[in-house]
Design a protein around this ligand. Structure first.
Ligand code: UD1
Length: 420
């Protein structure tokens, strides 16, 4: 078992490079199942979640070769349409292969995912969409089965702009007969990236990034090569790390448009932000950070995946901040751990009320999920003394070389073996 030890107090200074986006890599890898041609993906981060998706593809019959940040995937044949239960349990995003399996093979079988640390996460929108596309969906004995003799283009209005449902339905519709229109679609940059990739393979899709995506089904898809977009949450986390430490960081490869909701809050807090051609620079040296209110929303609103890190950052701002979480119902598990470090935060329903500035002190804390872990690392950077973050496997799901990258910025952080 590993933990991350941090000795707080160092001002971060320097440059850091953002990796490819986890949440773009996962659906794009799933989309490789739609073609028997070879797919070459560049900029894929070597993360635990990506490794699990690779295992899913291999279990379904794909050959996958991983060299550095380049993955080559070839699924000449899909040998089964059953997603191994153990992999579904390891990562709920394994459900992203459902749409591709339905599109290519006309069926899928997967264990029905339960809730998780950040709330109950139903699949109703995915399944309702599959049904509209002509699939029969059965749920029994803990499994979900989908079957369609022919996937048929249709009109789908999503009740909520779910990222995963939009992606699954785009994949299922890519090989459908006729036109599919997804209205109230999610607009995240990862959806635009999935569209770009599918179009490289020969799909006819437009509208990603807006509320309406139009998919003209084609009979087959071919081979293709694609560069994954930079990870906007990783970029935002490093910018927040610079700001919380009263430091000065340059985050290379960050796309300003994708992180704008976070940049605008950092500016409002009083940090200096400069968007340059190669990345984003943030500086808060000598600045008194001010409280701000934040509400998570679907893109282009403030991302829920940055909410925990923002809560940690706001413990260092003067005044009272209110952070409202509207996407996931129980995404405040980091608050108790931050309190153990001295943060003054009260949770009322879906809002966290943060009273700053708190003097944080090092403690042993537990990451309950990926972004909660990132929040605790940020808090550790400014806490007096030593912080030990347990539950590091969560961080490995979504941050590539986080300790090394923070070390390069001057943080005193390292991975330590824990006595059990
Ligand atoms: C994706 C991201 C995740 C991010 C989230 C919201 C990936 C692999 N994961 O997750 O990091 O936090 O978007 O930006 O890309 N919902 C339903 N029914 C459904 C589907 C969703 O009620 O069928 C609800 C969920 O419970 C949640 C909300 O919709 O409350 C948003 O979920 P969704 O956008 O689907 O998130 P994911 O795709 O699971």
């Amino acid at each position: 078992m590993f933990g991350i030890k941090i000795i707080g107090g160092n001002r971060l200074k320097g440059e850091v490079q953002v990796s490819g986006a986890k949440n773009a890599s996962l659906p794009i890898l799933a989309a490789c199942l739609l073609t028997s041609g070879e797919c070459v993906l560049h900029g894929v981060p070597r993360l635990r979640d990506v490794e699990v998706m690779v295992e899913v593809l291999q279990a379904l019959g794909a050959r996958v070769n991983w060299e550095g940040a380049t993955l080559t995937v070839c699924t000449r044949e899909v040998k089964t349409t059953e997603i191994p239960e153990i992999l579904m349990r390891k990562m709920r995003a394994s459900n992203l292969v459902m749409g591709a399996l339905l599109g290519r093979c006309g069926s899928f079988k997967a264990s029905t995912p339960g809730g998780c640390a950040i709330g109950s996460r139903p699949m109703d929108l995915h399944l309702k969409g599959f049904r509209s596309l002509g699939a029969r969906i059965d749920q029994q004995y803990g499994f979900t089965l989908g079957e369609a003799r022919k996937v048929k283009g249709t009109f789908i209005h999503l009740d909520f702009p779910s990222v995963g449902a939009t992606e699954n339905l785009m994949m299922a519709a890519a090989l459908a007969e006729g036109l599919t229109i997804i209205r109230n679609a999610a607009r995240e940059p990862e959806i635009v990236d999935l569209q770009s990739f599918l179009c490289r393979l020969g799909a006819r899709i437009c509208g990603a990034g807006t509320h309406e995506i139009r998919i003209e089904g084609v009979s087959t898809l071919g081979a293709g090569e694609h560069l994954i977009i930079p990870d906007r949450i990783e970029a935002s986390t490093f910018l927040a790390a610079g700001v919380i430490s009263q430091g000065e960081v340059m985050v290379f490869n960050a796309v300003a448009e994708h992180v704008e909701p976070v940049l605008s809050k950092l500016r409002e807090m009083g940090a200096q932000i400069r968007v340059e051609e190669e990345g984003i620079w943030a500086n808060s040296k000598g600045k008194y950070l001010q409280s701000v209110d934040v509400k998570t929303l679907p893109y282009p609103g403030f991302p829920t995946d940055m909410q925990p890190q923002m809560v940690a950052l706001l413990t260092q701002a003067r005044g009272t901040s209110v952070v409202t979480e509207t996407i996931f119902e129980s995404r405040f598990k980091h608050v108790d751990e931050l309190r153990r470090m001295g943060a003054q935060i009260r949770v009322e329903g879906r809002a966290a009320i943060i009273y700053g500035v708190s003097r944080l002190t090092g403690a042993v804390v537990e990451a309950s999920d990926l972004r909660a872990g990132a929040a605790l690392v940020l808090a550790g950077l400014v806490a007096e003394g030593e912080t030990l973050v347990e539950g590091v496997h969560h961080l490995d799901r979504g941050y590539h070389n986080m300790e090394e990258k923070l070390q390069s910025l001057g943080a005193r952080i390292h991975r330590a073996t824990l006595k059990t």
